[in-house]
Design a binder for this molecule. Sequence first.
Ligand SMILES: Cc1cc2nc3c(=O)[nH]c(=O)nc-3n(C[C@H](O)[C@H](O)[C@H](O)COP(=O)(O)OP(=O)(O)OC[C@H]3O[C@@H](n4cnc5c(N)ncnc54)[C@H](O)[C@@H]3O)c2cc1C
Length: 329
Amino acid sequence: MRTPTDVQFVLGRRAERLDAEARTVDLDDGRTLSYDVLVVATGLTPRRLSFQRDMAGVHTLRTLDEAGDLRRGLRSARRVAVIGAGVLGCEIAATARGMGLPVTLIDPAPVVMAGRLGDELGARVAALHRRRGVRVRTGVGVASLIGTAGRVSAVERADGERVPADLVVLAIGSTPATGWLDGSGLSLSDGVECDSRCRAAPGIYAVGDVARWHHQALGRSIRLESRTNATQQAIAVAADITGTGSPYTPLPYFWSDQYDVKIQIHGTIAPGSRIRPIEGRPGAMRFAAVAELDGTPVAAIGWNHPRAVMAARRQVMDALRSGTASVGT
Ligand SMILES: Cc1cc2nc3c(=O)[nH]c(=O)nc-3n(C[C@H](O)[C@H](O)[C@H](O)COP(=O)(O)OP(=O)(O)OC[C@H]3O[C@@H](n4cnc5c(N)ncnc54)[C@H](O)[C@@H]3O)c2cc1C
């Protein structure tokens, strides 16, 4: 039986090339590692703006070092602009506002977090931020970052409006970190493409944010960006490697903490979904609801209601099991 001492850590090095036929991975220090089974878990790379220049005061947030830089920057910042009103951007805006800083949240989409929450709940999140004093500037994108003496001083929107800021956070999404797999023969299309057991090729798996796999219950390929998925998928892959696996069919889940609100979503709020409250009413500080598409529950929604969201989740699971759900990506 293998023991934990069989684990060899190679930290501080990048994988640079995969040779799937020879079953080897080249590292950036010139070494080549061989494997019987490879698990690709390289996560995401934050997107950059095409016109982005390196300027002091401009941050992205993915790694621990970046988190430390951002925390130090926020302590001395006078005005903050967050570009990108997705989950990460909204959470950063809430944190900066909680530190008492003036914050502007900018996104070309008309509604914040619309991709994850849909228009109705996204509008509630925008209202939450506005109540807390965040300037929410949606519907117009960013044209440039303005700098003075190598430090950012403002964000210019496409309509010419200048948003003064000495700290800017770019939270405009991320792309799967698959560059090192180019030319490996793996199918790469918004992630490493896998079958229902997260197998990308013989002896190769992918897990976590980088993995796009065929979700058998939903009948299509999906990729999830959440910590719980990374953990569950890793367990599913480990089971498959050791011969006890089965198709990986989780109900997508994510949560977001902003100010004193915990939002929990089990499933996917597909475009065009109708929100049906099951406890409390949307707009209250605490409610739970089900998002329905053509009458079929596709997502459970909890707004400061971790107990009732589980009842909503059961409705979604029942629909999924009965095979009538058409959960969106
Ligand atoms: C600021 C922030 C807040 C978040 N908050 C939440 C939350 O509240 N809830 C939630 O569910 N999820 C949250 N997430 C998402 C969650 O962190 C990710 O879904 C999760 O970390 C994915 O795990 P992973 O192992 O797939 O990728 P990662 O955790 O990104 O790990 C990938 C690793 O691969 C390494 N790597 C990349 N390329 C190479 C290479 N070529 N060679 C070797 N190593 C490489 C990277 O350095 C990294 O260590 C958050 C993410 C961020 C950035």
